[in-house]
Every structure is written in structure tokens, then in C-alpha cells.
Design a protein around this ligand. Structure first.
Ligand SMILES: *Cc1c(COP(=O)(O)O)cnc(C)c1O
Length: 444
């Protein structure tokens, strides 16, 4: 027994092993130490006293690697989904990121008016840019679109009725459900119409003195086809009296681009919506935030709400968004829009280049599709190309090998084969992808 105990190394000795100390910068010395202690305890508990020193180091290393994988990593998106909710939605433009560096690593005038020398408004230029882009009177930014809707409903519809079409009671992504948000904000949901058809009459019958608003929600991640009908923003605005609001959850944040199935924010404003909310990290292509645009009187009220103080974004978000909105006004596309607009022939060329370089039967060119994703144009896809990997291994094991690369490659499986769509590659990633695949092609 005594002898066995001696065979378990000291934590300090293990910490000096290069394989483990190399994780200090990646996950911290404290966490590496805890993981080693934990592993040694397990070894003791399971009485694995005949493990060699190298084996113990290896077990500790595996633990460190598992924890390191929990960090946010750069990945190569070969899914063909441009705004991918699991992959960070919109990548931020490099020049935007650089422009915001000094603002975020120094003190800034976030709430200081340089003109008057007095306390300023953190929303100021962003508001100006958003109103210009969407032809609206006023604008406000919060942490995301869910927060935007919550703020609007809590402020204007608490204990009052909000009318929503049954065709629009949607769940978007990870648990954002329109009925739950209504409940949370203590507004009373009044469902009208049916799943596929909601008419003007359905809305007008539901309207009464207790109605605070009609909420129109973009369906985002599902499509209705066949025998369907809905009421336009314009028709809805004509149904309301002075006190009642028309709120539109536009979702995607399409400002100028003509994307199939998407209505621009300013079109809703023009058609009479009082408030329109949208995400800033979908088709707008910027940072995670939610924007509210519309009537000045209403937005002033939102700004004064104590809830706004809870939901307002920090300087990182505002400085990046400011920069991206200026780019939009100057007609400079964010990365997601450049990807969407990329010629499919260019994608074909790049795919052929990669296949020629790898020079193996394992890779072939196939037709494929790209989708916008992230709750935009659910039913629409654009023609594209992809690399098909012809492996004797199972698709799942190929996908896993790709995912285990230093910069993980995220592909997708179709008809039992792994595909990599290069349409969603960003600057410099084609070279990175080619060199990674070159290294592992024998394994595939
Ligand atoms: C994406 C989306 C949301 C949620 O937006 P977040 O910015 O993720 O909070 C809400 N409504 C619609 C219609 C959406 O498309």
C-alpha cells in the first residue's frame, strides 16, 4: 500500500511538464492545477496505482484539452449557412474591429458631450445613423432583439392586450418564443386567425379598448406555403385608433439589400408601423444588439424606462455598431452581405482550385446551396457549389476529424457524405482550409 501511494506524482511535478504547462496561457494555471488534482483524486479512488507517469500526464492533458475546447474558438464555416447562429452569427468586419480598437482600449466620450463638456447621451450618433438608414424619427439600441421586444411590450402593453396572428406565434432559435416574451412582459396575448390564414377581419374583431397593440412578427425560421394569407403592415396600421400601437418584429435587420422574402425595416416604417425592432447581427452584419426604430414620442418613453438601464449595451457594442452603420450609409457591405452577393462562379473556381491542389480522388465538385440562415428568408436558398469528400470512413467520423483541426472546419452531411461549401469562407480562409486538408487528407 505504502509503495503504491508513492507512485502517484506530486501536483507540482506534473505542473512542470511542458505538455501541461503549455495550457497555462490557454486556460490558466489555476484551472490546470485543479484539473490535475481532480485527476489524481480519481486515480487514487479507482486505485489505478500501476499507471505509468507518462500515462498520468496524458490523462491530465486530455482533461486540459477538454476544458480548452470549451473556449470560443475560431472556426472555418463550410456549412453554406451565412448567418449561422451556432457559429457566432455575423462575423464583424476587420476594418470595423480595427476602427473600434482605440475607442475600447482607451477612455472614450461614451457619455460625455465633447461640444458642451457636459454629460452626454450614449445613444447619440448611433440613433442618428439608424434614423437616417431606416427613414424613421428616432432609434434606440439594446442588447438583442429579444430585449427590444421585451422593453417595448413591458413599457406599452403591461396588463393590456396584444394581438398576434396564430401564424406568427413563433419560436426562434434557442428558446425565444413570442408567447413567452409576452408573458414575461405581462402583456396579455390575444391570438387571432389560424396557422395559415389570418385576415383583416380577424384583427378588427379582436381590437377593443383594452388592446394596447398589434404585434406583427417576421416568421424568420420557418415558411408557410400553399393556402396562406396574412395582413400587410399597411392594412394593419389602418385598423388602429390613436392610442393603439403597431409593433413590428422585423427580425433580420435588412436595411437596403434586396433579399428574397424579406421586407426592409424602412418599408414597415413607411407603411405605418409605430415601432420596428430587429437584430443587428443577422442581415445587418454587425455586432450582437437589438435596434428599435420609429416614433420619437414612443422611443423617448422607452429611454426613460428603468428597464432600458438594464438592457442597454456597452461601449464595445456601440462603437462597433456606429462604425458598421456608417459603412452601410456609405454602401460598404458587411462580410455577410458580401458573402451573399458573391458570384456562384467565383465559388466554383475556388472549389476547383482547392480540389486541384489536393489532387486526390477523395475530393469532388458537386452542386450545392447556400442559405442566409439566422432567422432570415427560411424558404430561400441560392445555388452554389461544394466539395464532396468521398471517404471510406463514415460521414460522422469524417466530420469529427475536420472538427478536431487546430482551426476546426465545420462541414455538413448530405446523402451520407460530408460536404464543404466554400461560399461562406472569409478572407484568407481558403488558404487555411487548403493547408489543413492537405495535412489530413490521408486520414479522411
Ligand atoms: C432572430 C429573431 C429574434 C431574436 O433576436 P435576437 O437578436 O437573437 O434576440 C426575434 N424575432 C425575430 C423575428 C427574429 O428573427
Amino acid at each position: 500500500m505504502e509503495k503504491n501511494r508513492v507512485s502517484i506524482p506530486q501536483v507540482e511535478t506534473l505542473l512542470q511538464q511542458k505538455k501541461l504547462s503549455s495550457y497555462f496561457d490557454l486556460i490558466s494555471r489555476a484551472i490546470v492545477t485543479n484539473l490535475i488534482r481532480d485527476e489524481l483524486n480519481q486515480i487514487r479512488e479507482q486505485k489505478l496505482f500501476d499507471l505509468s507517469f507518462d500515462k498520468i500526464v496524458q490523462r491530465c492533458e486530455t482533461r486540459c484539452a477538454q476544458v480548452y475546447k470549451m473556449r470560443v474558438h475560431q472556426v472555418i464555416n463550410c456549412t453554406g449557412v451565412v448567418v449561422h447562429t451556432n457559429l457566432g452569427r455575423s462575423p464583424i468586419s476587420k476594418t470595423t474591429w480595427q476602427a473600434a480598437t482605440n475607442l475600447n482600449t482607451h477612455y472614450s466620450s461614451l457619455e460625455f458631450n465633447l461640444e458642451s463638456g457636459k454629460r452626454g447621451q450614449r445613444n447619440s450618433l448611433v440613433e442618428h445613423l439608424l434614423t437616417t438608414l431606416t427613414d424613421s424619427e428616432a432609434a434606440l439600441v439594446v442588447n438583442n432583439n429579444a430585449a427590444a421586444i421585451y422593453l417595448i411590450l413591458s413599457t406599452f402593453a403591461k396588463r393590456k392586450e396584444v394581438i398576434v396572428s396564430r401564424g406568427e406565434l413563433v419560436q426562434i432559435g434557442g428558446g425565444f418564443r413570442i408567447p413567452s416574451i409576452l408573458k414575461e412582459s405581462r402583456a396579455k396575448l390575444v391570438e387571432v386567425g389560424t396557422t395559415n390564414i389570418t385576415t383583416r377581419d380577424d384583427y378588427s374583431k379582436a381590437l377593443n379598448e383594452k388592446s394596447a397593440a398589434i404585434l406583427k412578427v417576421h416568421r424568420s425560421n420557418f415558411a408557410l406555403r400553399g393556402f396562406t394569407d396574412e395582413v400587410s403592415t399597411k392594412e394593419l396600421s389602418e385598423l388602429l385608433d390613436e392610442e393603439q400601437l403597431l409593433i413590428v418584429d422585423q427580425g433580420s435587420g435588412v436595411i437596403e439589400a434586396d433579399l428574397p422574402g424579406e421586407q426592409k425595416v424602412k418599408e414597415h416604417i413607411k407603411m405605418g408601423a409605430h415601432l420596428v425592432s430587429f437584430s443587428c447581427d443577422k442581415a445587418l452584419g454587425s455586432v450582437q444588439a437589438g435596434a428599435i426604430v420609429g416614433s420619437k414620442k414612443l422611443i423617448d418613453k422607452l429611454i426613460k424606462s428603468p428597464l432600458y438601464r438594464v438592457l442597454r449595451p456597452g461601449k464595445t457594442v456601440l462603437t462597433l455598431l456606429e462604425e458598421d452603420l456608417i459603412k452601410h450609409l456609405n454602401k460598404v457591405d458587411p462580410p455577410v452581405l458580401s458573402l451573399i452577393k458573391k458570384e456562384k462562379e467565383k465559388v466554383k473556381e475556388e472549389t476547383q482550385k482547392l480540389i486541384a491542389f489536393l489532387n486526390s480522388e477523395k475530393f469532388s465538385l458537386v452542386e450545392s446551396k447556400i442559405t442566409l440562415g439566422g432567422g432570415t428568408t427560411p424558404d430561400e436558398s441560392l445555388d452554389s457549389y461544394a466539395v464532396q469528400i468521398n471517404s471510406t470512413k463514415s460521414a460522422n467520423s469524417v466530420i469529427k476529424i475536420l472538427r478536431n483541426q487546430e482551426v476546426p472546419i465545420i462541414g455538413f452531411i448530405e446523402k451520407g457524405k460530408v460536404h464543404l461549401n466554400l461560399a461562406t469562407l472569409l478572407e484568407g480562409e481558403l488558404e487555411l482550409l487548403i493547408s489543413s486538408l492537405e495535412k489530413i487528407k490521408e486520414l479522411l
